[in-house]
Design a protein around this ligand. Structure first.
Ligand SMILES: Nc1ncnc2c1ncn2[C@@H]1O[C@H](COP(=O)(O)OP(=O)(O)O)[C@@H](O)[C@H]1O
Ligand SMILES: [Mg+2]
Length: 231
């Protein structure tokens, strides 16, 4: 059995809000194997996004441990965690999160430049070609459709060849046709680069294209047979 690429042991997340402490995730124990594609499903508010943020080192667990590629994320300081994310994680969000003042090409090139890639713009152009958007390289996000913006966001996330791709309802703002096209692309990028993929989705058909489905309920993993996939 190969070592898991992601391993959570009894991970919990609580946040301190105005109304006091809110417990968001409880006792999450979960291993993800290298190159596995995992779907996270569950009702709105069940903790899917929070769990994805823990896996990506974007939120810190309140207790328990989270390791990625054998590194204990809970032991890293902020700088080390930021470097780890840069070197190993790609994240895609429902609302694209492109920088509005940058062209498509600049959006993809910027993280490569920050990582010290001297050929960032040439690489970014290749990545845009890979998602079929060469003809939109000089366009700004506001000049692109939702499906095109998400393709730019996928190119940006995949460009540094992350070991782990995390996608939080990447098709949630798209119609069915564009959503299916984004899912095809996400699975293509996974295959091309051998990434592990964790996908949050509400769509049963998309969840069923993953190797395994985990259902959350009230911040815990629910024991559910895999065929009963999504909401
Ligand atoms: N920053 C926050 N402050 C307070 N509560 C939060 C915060 N983020 C998430 N929550 C709460 O945590 C729960 C899980 O949220 P989330 O992970 O976004 O669920 P999902 O992605 O499944 O819809 C919800 O009840 C939500 O209101
Ligand atoms: Mg969410």
């Amino acid at each position: 059995m190969t070592d898991p690429i992601l391993s959570l042991k009894d991970a919990a997340l609580s946040l301190n809000g105005n109304a006091g402490r809110i417990d968001i995730l409880h006792g999450i124990t979960l291993d993800v194997r290298p190159k596995e594609t995992l779907a996270l499903v569950g009702p709105s508010g069940s903790g899917k996004s929070s769990l994805l943020m823990l896996m990506g080192g974007l939120e810190r667990a309140t207790s328990g441990t989270i390791s990625a590629l054998g590194r204990d994320l809970t032991a890293l300081d902020e700088d080390a965690l930021a470097r780890f994310r840069r070197d190993h994680m790609g994240v895609v969000f429902q609302s694209f999160h492109l920088i509005p003042t940058m062209t498509a090409l600049e959006n993809v090139a910027t993280p490569l430049e920050l990582a010290g890639d001297r050929n960032a713009f040439a690489r970014a152009a290749d990545e845009l070609a890979n998602v079929g958007l060469s003809h939109r390289a000089e366009h700004y996000p506001a000049q692109l459709s939702g499906g095109e913006q998400q393709r730019v966001a996928l190119a940006r996330a995949a460009a540094p060849r992350p070991d782990i791709l995390l996608a939080d309802e990447p098709t949630g703002n798209l119609d069915e046709t564009n959503g299916a096209a984004i899912m095809d692309l996400l699975l293509d990028l996974r295959d091309q680069y051998g990434s592990t993929l964790v996908l949050v989705t509400h769509a049963t058909d998309l969840a069923n294209r993953c190797d395994r489905v985990i259902r959350l309920r009230d911040g815990r993993i629910a024991e559910t047979p895999a065929q009963d996939a999504a909401e």
